[in-house]
Design a protein around this ligand. Structure first.
Ligand code: NDP
Length: 328
């Protein structure tokens, strides 16, 4: 029998965790023939709730679930991990300034970066879902000097999937007809969903839509503010779709993006497209066997340039703020 893949998940007793764990355990990441061991991290007060989630995992009798380990010590939980999905983060609460948020998460992600550095398996890949995801990933990456920088990414796949869904609804195409969608920049309201390179059944998406005003005034804000719309409608934040995107991102990273297509991932910039080197910013990437490559040579018009620059300027501000706090 195969050795189980060790998947660590933080914030495992949270809302996203409640969807995510069952997908991973049922084989959505590695298929029906690869056993997985879940290694679940929570803060101490949430361990009781996490035990309840583990009871439910047991009760599913998933053939692919080889074992579950839970705890509140990152060094123990990340021991031997092949994939770490960092979902747990400190949410913004009322009256909290962005600086407070960065500081609270800084403590979490410096510690987790160090713990990954010291304990994870040599082939570790790290995906950050917890917000502010890009900057949390930057903090973890900087605090894990022995792990290659390209092993860290932050989630913009949900934005990518939302953009595909909106474009499909607008044009009547099916989601499978839409390729080469791109999210640029930060996973925040400044993100730039770009359809100028996207294709619908092989035709340029912006030309099929033929309506710049829809792109600017409808599509972009709808995608960027989708999270808030879901909170408004559902009374709590998106969780199942965030979990699904976390699965999509990890699966495609490890098994490869489709031919003649790409995915959006926030990864460390090498200066491509004028994004300052070292920021963790979303790009169009192709993936294969656990590696990613930024798609090169796309033409960026003035409209797109302004949007990309605005979002990467925000990332640079967040980086400067956490540098100021001594977190990186
Ligand atoms: P969720 O499971 O709903 O969300 C977890 C994180 O994912 C949040 O930072 C959230 O950001 C983020 N996120 C990213 N994309 C999305 C999206 N599209 N929609 C919604 N959220 C998104 O939060 P819960 O509060 O239910 O659970 C968090 C858990 O993490 C708690 O159980 C807590 O105890 C735990 N935790 C664990 C830590 C650890 O393991 N050391 C450290 C800190 C917390 P946003 O807040 O912006 O919505």
């Amino acid at each position: 029998s195969k050795t189980p893949v060790k998947v660590a998940v933080t914030g495992a007793a949270g809302q996203i965790g409640y969807s995510l764990l069952f997908r991973i355990a049922s084989g959505a990441l590695f298929g029906p023939d690869t056993p997985v061991e879940l290694r679940l991290l929570e803060i101490t007060p949430a361990l009781g709730a996490l035990e309840g989630v583990v009871m439910e995992l047991d009760d599913c009798a998933f053939p692919t679930l080889a074992g579950v380990e839970i705890g509140d010590d990152a060094n123990t939980i990340f021991d031997g991990a092949n994939l770490a999905l960092l979902v747990g983060a400190r949410p913004r609460t009322k009256g909290m300034e962005r600086g407070d948020l960065l500081e609270a998460n800084g403590a979490i992600f410096t510690g987790q970066g160090k713990a990954l550095n010291d304990n994870a398996a040599d082939d570790i890949r790290i995906g950050v879902t917890g917000n502010p995801a890009n900057t949390n990933a930057l903090i973890a990456m900087t605090n894990a000097p022995d792990i290659p920088r390209e092993r860290f990414s932050a989630l913009t796949r949900l934005d990518h999937n939302r953009a595909i869904s909106q474009l499909a609804a607008k044009t009547g195409a099916s989601v499978t007809d839409i390729t080469k969608m791109t999210i640029w920049g930060n996973h925040s309201a400044t993100q730039y969903p770009d359809i100028f390179h996207a294709e619908i059944a092989g035709k340029n998406a912006a030309e099929v839509v033929g309506d710049q005003s829809w792109i600017e005034n409808d599509f972009i804000p709808t995608v960027a503010k989708r999270g808030a719309a879901i909170i408004e409608a559902r009374g709590s934040s998106s969780a199942a779709s965030a979990a699904s995107a976390t699965i999509d991102a990890a699966r495609d990273w490890l098994t490869g993006s489709k031919k003649d297509d790409w995915v959006s991932m926030a990864v460390v910039s090498d200066g491509s497209y004028g994004v300052p080197e070292g920021l963790i910013s979303s790009f169009p990437v192709t993936t294969s066997g656990g590696s990613w490559e930024i798609v090169q040579g796309l033409e960026i018009d003035d409209f797109s340039r302004t949007k990309i620059d605005a979002s990467t300027a925000e990332l640079a501000e967040e980086r400067d703020a956490v540098k100021e706090l001594g977190l990186i």
